[in-house]
Design a protein around this ligand. Structure first.
Ligand SMILES: *Cc1c(COP(=O)(O)O)cnc(C)c1O
Length: 389
């Protein structure tokens, strides 16, 4: 069988919106607007509006967003920060690189931090928690915020994989702010986007994220003016761009104007792309849910929706299953077969994380992208069904 199904096809997606991307490119190039110009401002405004926060600050990567958030919150040496055992390594690296200690907590069946295990990891040094919204599905932010309030922890949301997902908040959800003055209760509605609950939401526009640029990119969203100002200065070596004054030793991590122009085009498509992802997920679910040995990423919490950055299934025959699909010409992702805390050089404490260990052996993400053809999905489905579990 010579058929090939790619995990993502960036060139195909480009052709779908070529005219608008080319126009954005021409505009930037012909005017020579490269650094900190109108396209960046426009994208930041549209991103903030989409997430439902007052501010968005464009940065160079999702890592920078995490790093900047921890700096803004004053997290540093001697502090502990709770992070999930199952996430991309950058979540923990940001903590290490501000001089603090990541304290790992196991995840639950939905791949997100197990809220029942958070309190057991809190010590007198714990200053913050970074819930990660993995694969397009939010951590239970109602519980996370309750725990954070109780122990006065800063919450930094690693929302790099979950732009556009939301959760019903039973309480009058208020976002955190550094001055800890109570914010006006959110009375518009009780459904709140990922990235609008904590002090900051951290975003990545790495090419293969749901909103992907054509190179690295990232942002924070926040309602806190001091955090927004801090990030705006520190991304540009600490400089206030109006006065020229340096307000601290900063970094070089400004989102490129050209990338912002591309991202602004793509953000307009995001709502319809999310619908497409949900439709593909439904197709997988309908066709595969009778397979008893295969766990599908559908969870019955009516308060949360799933935007399927990834469609990650679990098979007890992890490697056999993923190798079988690869042999059928289907590109799959097996993140993360080796949990990050098992990489010796990172020198992280492995306190035993049974769910992370189990799922890391079993995960397999099936092709999930907006550019995929329906008959390719059907081909993936028939290949999955033909595997003898
Ligand atoms: C992609 C990702 C990051 C890092 O984003 P970069 O833009 O690659 O730095 C951090 N956390 C999670 C969960 C991610 O998926």
């Amino acid at each position: 069988m010579s058929r090939k199904v790619k995990f993502v096809e960036p060139a195909k997606l480009y052709l779908m919106i070529k005219e608008e991307l080319d126009a954005a490119y021409s505009e930037v190039m012909s005017k020579g607007e490269l650094i900190d110009r109108g396209q960046l401002r426009s994208f930041e405004e549209n991103l903030a509006a989409f997430v439902g926060t007052k501010y968005a600050v464009g940065l160079n990567s999702g890592y920078d967003a995490l790093h900047m958030s921890l700096r803004a919150a004053g997290i540093g040496s001697g502090d502990e920060v709770i992070v999930p055992a199952h996430t991309f390594v950058a979540t923990a690296s940001a903590v290490i690189n501000v001089g603090a200690k990541p304290v790992l907590v196991d995840v639950g069946k939905d791949f997100n931090v197990d809220c029942d295990k958070i309190e057991g990891a809190i010590t007198s040094r714990t200053k913050a928690i970074i819930p990660v919204h993995l694969s397009g599905y939010m951590a239970d932010m109602v519980r996370v915020m309750e725990i954070a309030d109780k122990y006065r922890l800063v919450v930094v949301e690693d929302a790099c994989q979950s732009l556009g997902t939301s959760m019903e908040s039973e309480t009058t959800g208020r976002q955190q702010a550094t001055d800890s003055k109570p914010q006006a209760p959110n009375t518009r509605n009780t459904r709140r986007m990922a990235g609008s609950w904590g002090l900051t939401g951290c975003w990545s526009f790495y090419p293969f994220k749901m909103l992907g640029g054509y190179g690295d990119g990232g942002a924070i969203t926040t309602n806190d003016p001091d955090v927004a100002l801090f990030a705006t200065r520190m991304r540009y070596n600490g400089e206030d761009r109006h006065s020229g004054e340096y307000h601290g030793h900063g970094f070089t991590c400004l989102l490129d104007n050209l990338q912002a122009a591309f991202l602004d085009v793509k953000l307009r498509y995001l709502p319809q792309w999310i619908e497409r992802r949900k439709a593909i997920a439904d197709r997988y679910r309908t066709a595969l849910s009778d397979l008893p040995e295969l766990l599908l990423p559908h969870y019955d919490d009516p308060r949360r929706d799933h935007v399927y950055q990834n469609y990650t299934v679990r098979s007890k025959q992890g490697n056999d299953f993923s190798e079988y699909l690869k042999a059928k010409g289907i590109e799959v992702l097996t993140q993360f077969r080796k949990p990050y805390y098992r990489h010796e050089a990172l020198k992280l404490e492995n306190r035993g994380f049974p769910e992370t260990e189990a799922l890391s052996r079993e995960v397999c993400s099936l092709p999930m992208n907006v550019e995929i053809a329906d008959d390719d999905i059907d081909y993936v489905i028939s290949a999955v069904r033909s595997f003898k579990q």
